[in-house]
Design a protein around this ligand. Structure first.
Ligand code: OAD
Length: 261
């Protein structure tokens, strides 16, 4: 890596160390090195599938089985996926940093929780359980497709055209408004209102760092060109080692996870 990259990484490390409240905001690029495809870009899901046919209430009402089977395929991928060293470094740092750190994610795969992050806000819901499309009742038994009310179960995610979950959105705005540093990882920042949180943080005067091999955010955002698996163990590991007198949490040392992908 060149000198400019190294000095940006060093700057990021000192911002992370010095900030009293740090918030992390993630998108699909966070999980792609765990084997889960992103949405946009060359190999993204929206290259092969049309969002209007799979990720809208209208699509579900028209062809529930088509929608369910696409989500079954995605759930299978998620179940086989493991958090990678970037997830683990972030979780370890969240657990030990004393910086009120919180992760806001657009991802529905639960990998932040599985890696041990203690405080995760799921803005777009979760693919790991269902919700009745009619009454909102939730279910973890994914084999049941009809609710007691007669409505159909669907993945408990937010589809295009649907409202964001209010408690998650309100809490996200609160933590964004009080953060000193926002670290944005692996998002194209085009889907609103989620992406608007990044610009809200900038408006509120927070410093913003973007981790992305193909960054999208404008200055004054500080861009670290690289992937989550390469960059996060570097920027979070050093901080957690200094602050964590007891050492990293079991299983969360990136060196122990070399085979994880
Ligand atoms: P996108 O697929 O739009 O963007 C993924 C971003 O991750 C791109 O900017 C990539 O450059 C970057 N990226 C790729 N590999 C990476 C890696 N290894 N490390 C870090 N970054 C990497 O995904 P999102 O921004 O999450 O919504 O998409 C936002 C929303 O659009 C999703 O939550 C989903 C989708 O439609 C719903 O389903 C409602």
């Amino acid at each position: 890596m060149n000198q400019e990259h190294e000095s940006i990484v060093t700057q990021a490390i000192s911002w992370i160390e010095e900030s009293r409240r740090v918030v992390v905001f993630t998108g699909a690029g966070m999980s792609t090195e765990s084997g889960l495809p992103t949405f946009r870009g060359q190999d993204g899901l929206w290259q092969g599938y049309h969002p209007q046919q799979l990720a809208t209430a209208e699509a579900f009402e028209r062809s529930p089985e088509v929608v369910r089977s696409w989500y079954r395929w995605r759930r299978d991928l998620v179940e086989k996926a493991q958090p990678h060293p970037g997830h683990l470094a972030l979780a370890n740092w969240c657990l030990h940093s004393n910086q009120n750190s919180c992760v806001i994610t657009q991802n529905v795969d639960g990998l932040h929780q599985r890696s041990g992050c203690p405080d995760v806000i799921e803005l777009h819901g979760s693919i790991l359980h269902d919700r009745c499309h009619r009454c909102g009742h939730t279910s973890t038994d994914l084999d049941v497709i009809t609710c007691r009310c007669g409505g159909g179960f669907r993945p408990a995610v937010v589809w295009f055209g649907e409202r964001m979950p209010e408690p998650e959105m309100i809490r996200s705005q609160q933590v964004i408004d009080s953060c000193e540093l926002l670290i944005v990882i692996g998002t194209s920042a085009v889907v609103h209102p989620a992406a608007g949180l990044i610009f809200r943080a900038l408006d509120m005067g927070a410093s913003v760092i973007e981790v992305n091999p193909d960054p999208v955010l404008p200055a004054p955002v500080v861009r670290i060109l690289g992937t989550a698996i390469d960059v996060l163990p570097r920027i979070f590991r050093i901080c957690s080692m200094e602050e964590d007198a007891g050492g990293p949490v079991a299983g969360a040392n990136p060196d122990e996870e070399e085979g994880v992908q």
